[in-house]
Ligand binder design. Structure first.
Ligand SMILES: Nc1ncnc2c1ncn2[C@@H]1O[C@H](COP(=O)(O)OP(=O)(O)OP(=O)(O)O)[C@@H](O)[C@H]1O
Ligand SMILES: O=P(O)(O)OC[C@H]1O[C@](O)(CO)[C@@H](O)[C@@H]1O
Ligand SMILES: [Mg+2]
Length: 777
């Protein structure tokens, strides 16, 4: 998903010896990061090492620092926790421990260290780096090393990878592991939801995160919690009454269950801890609810990494090695971050300092600063969450003349997060005094069934209708691929008849086409001179103007679960290759990112196509790999083939060719997950982004209130698309995207941001890419 700098690694001088370690609480994705660092290091011609058991291993040295080979990390992407171990090491916090660590590193000839850990680990790394020259000097002074021995190690090359479930490091939007943990939490809360609903109970759920409220807030947003307690922004001084009022209001609106999420580090504005037991007592005694407390605990750290964490770990691991190879003695130590969709290097020193400032701000009760110092995304989510739980607060409503009837329509195939977006927009509309109007079953539903009795396809949505849609897959209001051009006249008539003042469209390439058609038809139909926003939602992630469509993350998760199961089968059968067919239309995005996330041998995309030389080369590569591991290796092999990668070389044919050409040395099967890729329950990432983008879309629509139809039509931003581009989330004018950025024939963006990532899949699987012209057979 993310962009990464792909310049080939430079080997400045000699062969580097790069060590990787994991530290602090384990986090899903850490093993994937180790795999990426080890393989990228070896692929760059350097030696890779792993430091076992975090800083403990560095302090103890000896066998705790081991050289790693290509095969050692096979299959690690699909493993939870960290396979090289982690620890919280007291000795490293003291200078003598760090001195010993420096000696051990020098003894092993390690000249660069990649540390994957949380704020504590990276604080330690930063301290170690800062002290390095004096540590080296002390080693010589104390005769622990000779001057000659330390000579090549004058500069310590440290790179940080942020791995922690807490997402508590400033400068990066996401830490490796936080979305997996969020997935565990949301799954648990969804389960609790069912029992809470059944008994009409309240549940107080405590989630991890130490002094950071990211997990609590995101769980609140994606699970539609009634109240959340965060350390960065404690509730008002009168929070007991506020919380009870909100819960009562939601009950009055008809809600049968109550979910309150408490971050483990939550406190009030005087820093007195807010404990779940206290919240429970309030809900029981003041609101009269049958209330239970659930502390999720370490289950939040368990399990395999979600797709996003695998991708993040892989891309960041690769980038870390590049940073090592490009570093000069003057280069400040970097930490590898992600900002929206872009992998970036930032200063480790600054990131650590900024992170400590958050803690300081909280400690000095300067909560405004604490919120500001978390990334921009955090505040946006917090605001979106607040708006959605403020229904019926008079002060939040717009004046009568600014209130709109907002049509909400789903177009195209279902995608995870469509319902979450609709729920968010409904709640937003109701808070602001707008009327959310669902247009059921897309444009054909509108034209054919608007007048049905007793209920037509145009229906106002109540808060309660949408309240539990957040966690639902598919499309509650129904989606359809039909376009407005099938019946412009009736579409325009309906917009007028049902007084649609603005349109919020959720869907993929068809939705994009639909908005394009409506925009172009404005010259003929006044009814279409209304603000329209499309929120891209498709498993294929092929909508121009954005690098991310909601639903694509759900799809990737469904696909990696499927591939993990297939891989297990392939591994158990030994010597077997599976060719798995992915969806994605004419875009190879899904295949490529899934390939990165499962460690595919190869990925076949429509952008590149399939040719005989490619197959021959890949079969040769497979033969070599199987010959090397002599059938001992338990990791299965997968090739991902996008459904439109080639008309001739179908998935089954590719599998058959591999089997035929293997000379009996290995076997091959094919598998087609098909619509399983639309996923069941939407992923938390799709859910939270649906909320954030949905709320932003409505705020964009509101900027047009008071404008005449012609003024609206004349403004290119009145038909807009919300999307992610590199490090930014924002709106693009449809006109511009349609005309400049769209490959209409292949229904994808002209420039796809991810195409270079196929190189990383190849590098990490050891595959050689051959050109069509390169004749092998
Ligand atoms: N100020 C420091 N100086 C030196 N080393 C430190 C410092 N802070 C932490 N460390 C080292 O990093 C280790 C891990 O730190 P910590 O327990 O805070 O976890 P973390 O990296 O923040 O991860 P998480 O919070 O996700 O568990 C510590 O046990 C210690 O060895
Ligand atoms: O696993 P331990 O050492 O009990 O630590 C628990 C802490 O670690 C984390 O899971 C990760 O930092 C925190 O959310 C939690 O406070
Ligand atoms: Mg920490």
């Amino acid at each position: 998903m993310a962009q990464v700098n792909l310049a080939p690694p430079q080997m400045p001088e000699g062969k580097k010896r790069i060590a990787v370690m994991t530290s602090g609480g384990d986090a899903p994705g850490m093993s994937g990061a180790v795999r990426a660092v080890v393989r990228q290091t070896i692929a760059s011609g350097c030696d890779a090492f792993a430091v076992y058991e975090g800083y403990e291993g560095l302090v103890q040295g000896g066998d705790m620092i081991k050289q790693m080979y290509w095969e050692d990390v096979r299959g690690w992407l699909s493993e939870g926790g960290t396979l090289i171990g982690t620890a919280r090491c007291m000795a490293f916090k003291e200078r003598p421990g760090r001195l010993q660590a420096a000696k051990n590193m020098i003894a092993k000839g390690i000249d660069a260290l990649v540390i994957c850990g949380g704020d504590g680990s990276l604080t330690g790394a930063d301290k170690f780096r800062g002290e390095w020259p004096s540590l080296v000097q002390e080693l010589v002074e104390k005769k622990m090393c000779t001057a000659e021995e330390v000579e090549p190690f004058k500069h310590l090359n440290v790179v940080g990878l942020v791995g922690s479930i807490d997402n508590d490091m400033s400068s990066t939007d996401a830490t490796i592991g936080c979305y997996s943990s969020l997935q565990r939490i949301c799954q648990a809360v969804d389960f609790i939801d069912a029992t809470a609903f059944s008994h009409q109970r309240a549940f107080v759920i405590e989630v991890m995160g130490r002094h950071c409220g990211w997990l609590a807030l995101m769980a609140g947003v994606s699970c539609g919690a009634d109240f959340v307690f965060l350390p960065e922004n404690p509730p008002s001084t009168d929070w007991e009454k506020d919380m009870c009022d909100i819960v009562k209001k939601h009950r009055t609106l008809g809600k049968r269950k109550t979910i309150v999420i408490v971050a483990e580090g939550a406190h009030d504005r005087d820093l007195n801890p807010i404990k779940p037991s206290k919240v429970k007592d309030l809900l029981s005694n003041e609101v009269g609810l049958d209330t239970r407390v659930t502390t999720l605990g370490h289950v939040q750290r368990g399990g395999t990494a979600c797709a996003y964490d695998r991708m993040l770990a892989t891309l960041q691991g690769v980038e870390a090695v590049k940073a090592v190879l490009e570093a000069t003695p003057e280069t400040p130590s970097p930490v590898i971050c992600i900002v929206e969709n872009k992998i970036v290097r930032k200063s480790l020193l600054d990131a650590v300092a900024l992170t400590h400032k958050v803690a300081d701000a909280i400690e000095s009760k300067d909560f405004g600063t604490a919120m500001k110092l978390r990334d921009a995304e955090f505040t946006e989510y917090f605001n979106a969450y607040n708006i959605m739980t403020s229904t019926e607060k008079e002060e939040m409503k717009l004046p009568q003349e600014k209130r709109l009837r907002v049509g909400i329509i789903h177009v195209g195939a279902p995608a995870g997060g469509m319902n979450a977006a609709t729920r968010a927009v409904t709640a937003y509309c109701l808070t602001r005094g707008h009327t959310p109007v669902a247009i059921h079953n897309g444009f054909p539903g509108l034209c054919r069934h608007h007048d049905d009795k007793p209920e037509g396809s145009v229906r106002e949505i109540s808060w309660l209708d949408a309240e539990n849609w957040g966690a639902k897959g598919g499309s509650e209001i129904g989606t359809n691929r039909g376009l407005p051009s099938e019946d412009f006249d009736t579409t325009a008539m309906c917009f007028e008849k049902y007084k649609i003042d603005a349109l919020f469209v959720v869907g993929g390439f068809e939705a994009f086409t639909a908005v394009s058609e409506l925009r172009k038809a404005r010259s003929k139909y006044d009814a279409f001179k209304i603000p329209m926003v499309i929120l891209p939602a498709t498993v294929s992630n092929n909508v121009p103007g954005t690098e991310y469509s909601i639903g694509s993350d759900t799809c990737l998760n469904a696909l990696i679960d499927y591939c993990d199961a297939i891989k297990q089968s392939a591994a158990a059968s030994r010597r077997r290759v599976f060719v798995v067919e992915t969806q994605g239309g004419a875009s190879g995005y899904v295949a490529t990112i899934a390939g990165l996330s499962i460690g595919a041998v190869a990925v076949y995309t429509p952008e590149e196509g399939i040719h005989l030389n490619m197959l021959a080369s890949d079969i040769k590569h497979l033969k070599e790999q199987f010959a090397q591991d002599k059938g001992q290796n338990r990791s299965g092999k997968i090739i991902l083939r996008n459904e439109k990668a080639s008309k001739t070389y179908t998935t089954e044919i590719v599998a058959n060719i591999i089997r035929e050409e293997s000379g009996g040395r290995f076997d091959s099967r094919f598998a087609v997950p098909g619509h399983v890729q639309q996923g069941g329950v939407p992923s938390p990432m799709d859910r939270v982004r649906a909320v954030r983008f949905g709320v932003k879309s409505l705020q964009h629509i509101e900027t047009f209130t008071g404008k005449s139809k012609d003024e609206i039509a004349a403004d290119p931003m009145s038909a807009a698309l919300i999307g992610v581009r590199g490090a930014k989330v924002g709106f693009s004018s449809m006109e511009k995207v349609e005309t400049e950025e769209t490959d209409w024939k292949d229904r994808r963006p002209k420039n796809e941001f991810w195409t270079d990532l196929t190189q990383i899949v190849d590098t990490l699987s050891g595959r050689k890419r051959v050109k069509k012209e390169e004749v092998l057979i």
